[in-house]
Design a protein around this ligand. Structure first.
Ligand code: CUO
Length: 670
């Protein structure tokens, strides 16, 4: 009898497969409903008592976007239908029936959401997104070549057909932005982003703890990492996209397909204009550039006035120094993303971030005159490929930072930890102190599960991606107390020099600090030597599960923690910035804080989906650090500290240390 895991895997295989013959779904499904019917949710009628509400609003073979409210409502209705089933067998049966009726990406999204949230499916894991949707990661041309090869093949030939991708990715090096294509198109980064928006949906499900704040923090951290990567290849930091009435210099051509065969993602020419948006086919009201400008002004007004205004006209104060209720950054994040359920006033503050994605995704066909589908900015699994993603999110972050700079700098009491001295810090890799290395490596995935090839030969994707040699942090910490002391260790990394080769002030460097790890340790009285492996980082997951990993189950030696991850989390292989061939200097900033002040009272199961917690939180539990996310870099500097070095010189519990990261232009040696 098939295990729960294999039943789930079989549902997730071949999402694009067409219904065979007469599909006895029990659901009456008109083949092509008018838009007005779809918007009104008048289909499908439930012939056999199955209600999937507006789930069919998103047509099969088209793009599905979490940034569009009608698509989110479709996801909600499908999720609700799945959640109402009693037991795995009923879920799998319903899923098999609706799989051929609803949009493919919507189906996988909703089914994945249910796998994570249904209590009786806690032992089931999701396979890698790249194996479910190779077409969202690899250009159409390469997939078609494999298809032609499969058709040409002798049916008895079972040697794998290989599709190679990288290190050139979708572009040349003619345009400066292409120097970081390898990073933007990394399979793990895009997969993480899809999983993050699966874990933190806007508009449905039980709202996770500090959702708005984590929306701010996780995206800010991805920007910090992108800027470190840019500095590594000699590019300037990302410029925010805040003037929406001038041409956007960088175009983007993903070369991917939406539906595995022929429907292309929309493209954007260099120097395109953002346009007023009118597409009734998406069930959205028109959005003018003026609308998003007005929402921005209202958010900035709220930030500078210190409060938002709810639907009753009452003031909702914005402050991060609260001892109960939501922090200001959390309230602002929910209103800005926007999550209409959680926004204090969605009519007034709008839906700025989401609809920015939508307007950008439709620069090429904002009124549906050409019947073109959206660009990759519309889909959370492809958006990070496009350089404009970072420029848009830099704008979003800039508004959040405008708020953060209204907050009082941290006091010495907030920052210090009496009687604990962080004497020394450093890293060790391949027996070398303070010298880390990055380089190219190759990973293979199976592609045939996500493609509808009729081939007996396996089709594999061979992806070139950046990686690093593993390393350990070494800390020497003195506890001057007579009793053991529990502390939180916070490790950040930032480039030491700016693009002009100069050391940076606190404010110039502040948004480049990338969290590397955060963990709790108990210090015995006296000297302690703490060693932490890079593979245990609080931001990363173990690598993704392939279908094959899940079919065979955890390998001997796999720790419970490793087998416990749920897909969300920064990929381990991009934990480090690339550095340079000659060795680029970075600074490690390590701070120990009092666990008594940091800890969070947890109720419930904190062991589930507890990987990559700094970026992803813990499923159904509280975010496990009571400090504002990004502490101590989320606020401006206290006046006595003009640089990170001043922190380290004046606070015993902080240490700053230079390390180099060397990029090996050939393959990485670990
Ligand atoms: Cu993740 Cu804009 O929120 O892409």
């Amino acid at each position: 009898m098939a295990s729960d895991q294999s039943k789930v895997l079989s549902i997730l295989e071949k999402p694009y497969e067409k219904p065979k013959g007469d599909v006895a779904t029990g659901i009456e499904f008109p083949s092509d409903l008018a838009v007005t019917d779809r918007i009104a949710g008048r289909q499908p009628t439930s012939g056999a008592g199955v209600e999937i509400g507006k789930a069919t609003f998103v047509r099969r073979g088209t793009a599905f976007s979490l940034f569009i409210e009608s698509h989110r409502l479709a996801a909600k209705d499908l999720i609700d239908a799945f959640m109402r089933t009693d037991g795995l067998q009923a879920l799998v049966e319903l899923a098999a029936r609706v799989k051929v009726l609803v949009n493919e990406s919507l189906f996988v999204y909703a089914f994945s959401y249910v796998i994570l949230h249904k209590k009786d499916l806690q032992n089931v894991r999701l396979p890698s997104l790249i194996e479910m949707f190779p077409n969202k990661f690899v250009p159409q041309e390469d997939i078609m070549k494999a298809q032609v090869e499969a058709n040409r093949r002798d049916p008895d030939d079972t040697t794998p057909i290989i599709i190679e991708y990288g290190p050139e990715f979708s572009s040349t090096n003619i345009k400066p932005e292409h120097r970081v294509s390898y990073w933007r198109e990394d399979y793990g980064i895009n997969s993480h982003h899809w999983h993050w928006h699966l874990a933190y949906p806007a508009g449905f499900g039980d709202p996770p703890d500090r959702k708005g704040e984590l929306f701010f923090y996780m995206h800010q951290q991805m920007l910090a990492r992108y800027d470190m990567e840019r500095l590594s290849v000699g590019l300037t930091r990302t410029e925010k996209l805040e003037n929406w009435r001038i041409p956007v210099p960088d175009g983007y051509f993903s070369k991917l397909t939406v539906n595995n065969t022929s429907r292309a993602w929309g493209t954007r020419q260099d120097n395109s204009m953002l346009m007023d948006f009118k597409r009734q086919d998406l069930g959205l009201d028109p959005i003018d550039i003026t609308d998003i400008e007005i929402w921005r002004s209202r958010l900035l007004d709220a930030i500078h006035q210190g409060y938002m205004i709810d639907r009753n006209g009452d003031k909702v104060p914005l402050s991060d120094d609260v001892t109960s209720g939501k922090r200001g950054i959390d309230i602002l994040g929910d209103a800005f993303e926007a999550d209409r359920r959680l926004s204090v006033n969605s009519l007034y503050y709008g839906d700025l971030h989401n609809l920015g994605h939508v307007v950008i995704a439709f620069t090429h066909d904002s009124d549906n005159a050409h019947k073109e589908d959206m660009g990759v900015m519309g889909d959370s699994s492809t958006a990070m490929r496009d350089p404009i993603f970072y420029r848009w999110h830099k704008f979003v972050d800039d508004v959040f930072q405008e708020y953060k700079l209204t907050q009082q700098p941290y006091s010495l009491e907030d920052l210090s930890l009496p009687n604990v001295v962080l004497d020394r810090v450093g890293v060790l890799s391949k027996d070398q102190a303070d010298a880390l290395s990055t380089g190219w490596t190759v990973r293979e995935f199976e592609a045939f599960r996500g493609l509808d090839f009729n081939s007996r030969a396996p089709v594999n994707l061979r992806i070139t991606h950046i990686d690093h040699a593993p390393f350990d942090y070494h800390l020497q910490v003195t506890n001057r107390l007579e009793a053991p002391k529990q502390v939180t260790v916070r490790i950040f990394l930032a480039p030491k020099f700016n693009v002009r080769g100069l050391e940076m002030s606190f404010m110039e460097q502040r948004l480049l600090w990338a969290e590397m790890d955060k963990f709790t340790v108990t210090l015995k009285p006296g000297t302690n030597h703490v060693v932490q492996s890079s593979s245990d980082s609080s931001i990363t997951t173990s690598e993704e599960y392939t279908f094959r990993d899940l079919e065979t189950g955890p390998q001997p030696g796999t720790s419970r923690r490793e087998f416990n991850f749920c897909g969300c989390g920064w990929p381990q292989h991009v934990l480090l910035p690339r550095g340079t061939p000659g060795g680029m200097v970075f600074q490690l900033f390590v701070m120990v804080t009092d666990f008594e002040k940091d800890k969070v009272d947890q109720q419930g199961n904190t062991g589930r989906c507890a990987n990559g917690v700094s970026f992803c939180g813990i499923l159904d539990a509280k975010y496990p650090d009571s400090r504002p996310m990004g502490f101590p870099f989320d606020r401006r500097n206290p006046p006595q500290f003009q640089s990170a070095a001043d922190f380290a010189e004046q606070l015993d519990n902080v240490n700053l240390h230079d390390i180099t990261i060397t990029f090996q232009a050939s393959s990485l040696t670990k």
